[in-house]
Design a binder for this molecule. Structure first.
Ligand SMILES: [Zn+2]
Length: 299
């Protein structure tokens, strides 16, 4: 019996590539078919987008966890076809930045596909880079949908969508017909003498393009556009998520009770969503140092 072996060109030239493109396949189309989350902790094959990129991790145990009810609530309200404008007043460290980034990431394959998304976070580029860094990390497991992310402040997807990070003082906040969504993170903390310039730059873009707008922040004294929108009558959907939303999820009631006794921070503001007339605003002036001391939310 003769065994005939079929030789391939690689048997002689192992590094020879017969495929013209050695790049990974773009899986954008496949990702587009996934729903946001299947609701289960354990993944099944192609069950959902959230399993594809990885569920959130508990900040201490690093165990995978489901979305918390307030995160689910925002997802439900945000993943709609028509334009959404949110004013989200939130406690610190309850995963709100995280869920906004995940919503934006998902919509890059749906509603925002082919367009541009602006993420405005912090007055310093350093803060913006940190938020963009988290987003890049979340693209890790589906990295073949990314065309380029070498720039610290820009992610370009293979399907044409671009996500750009901008500091709040950036002159680059300008109109562009391709802008599908804008996230302003820690909107109350920009520390500009008059932060209305940021909103003045963003509002015409949102109005012209019918872009989605996410204004997210912990409160910071009774001033600035985040407070004015909170107080006034307008077309923003106002949501409020205080510390109680994350009890039993990322911290226990006992841990939180202890945290709430702290006197070095204004716990009413940081955890209870209250716009207090805190120490920084006594003279109506906020210095740069006092306002940009917030931490970018890592969970
Ligand atoms: Zn799933």
């Amino acid at each position: 019996m003769t065994i005939t072996k079929k030789y391939k060109v690689q048997d002689i030239y192992p590094t020879f590539q017969t495929e013209p493109d050695a790049v990974e396949d773009d899986i954008s189309e496949e990702v587009t078919k996934l729903k946001f989350f299947c609701g289960k902790i354990n993944a099944k094959k192609n069950c959902c987008f959230s399993h594809r990129i990885g569920l959130p991790q508990h900040p201490a145990t690093l165990n995978q966890m489901k979305f918390m009810p307030h995160q689910d609530d925002l997802v439900k309200q945000a993943l709609v076809d028509n334009q959404v404008k949110f004013h989200v007043n939130k406690s610190r460290q309850i995963g709100l930045t995280e869920i906004c980034l995940r919503i934006i990431q998902y919509q890059c394959f749906h509603k925002y596909k082919g367009g541009r998304v602006m993420i405005i976070a912090g007055t310093r580029e350093k803060t913006t880079k940190k938020v963009m860094g988290r987003l890049k990390q979340m693209f890790g497991n589906i990295h073949n949908v990314v065309e380029s992310d070498h720039n610290d402040l820009l992610i370009r997807l293979a399907n044409g969508t671009e996500i750009e990070g901008l500091p709040s003082n950036s002159e680059a906040i300008r109109g562009d017909t391709k802008i599908k969504a804008i996230l302003i993170d820690e909107a109350a903390h920009f520390g500009l003498v008059d932060d209305s310039v940021v909103l003045d730059a963003v509002e015409p873009i949102v109005m012209t393009n019918k872009s989605d707008l996410f204004l997210v922040s912990t409160p910071r004294s009774q001033r600035g556009f985040f407070y004015e929108i909170h107080k006034g009558e307008n077309d923003f959907k106002k949501l409020q998520y205080d510390f109680t939303n994350a009890i039993g999820w990322i911290y226990s009631k006992e841990e939180m009770d202890k945290e709430l006794t702290r006197t070095d921070i204004d716990v009413d503001q940081e955890y209870r969503c209250q716009f207090t007339s805190g120490r920084n605003s006594i003279f109506g002036v906020i210095s740069d140092e006092s306002t940009e001391d917030f931490e970018v939310e890592e969970y």
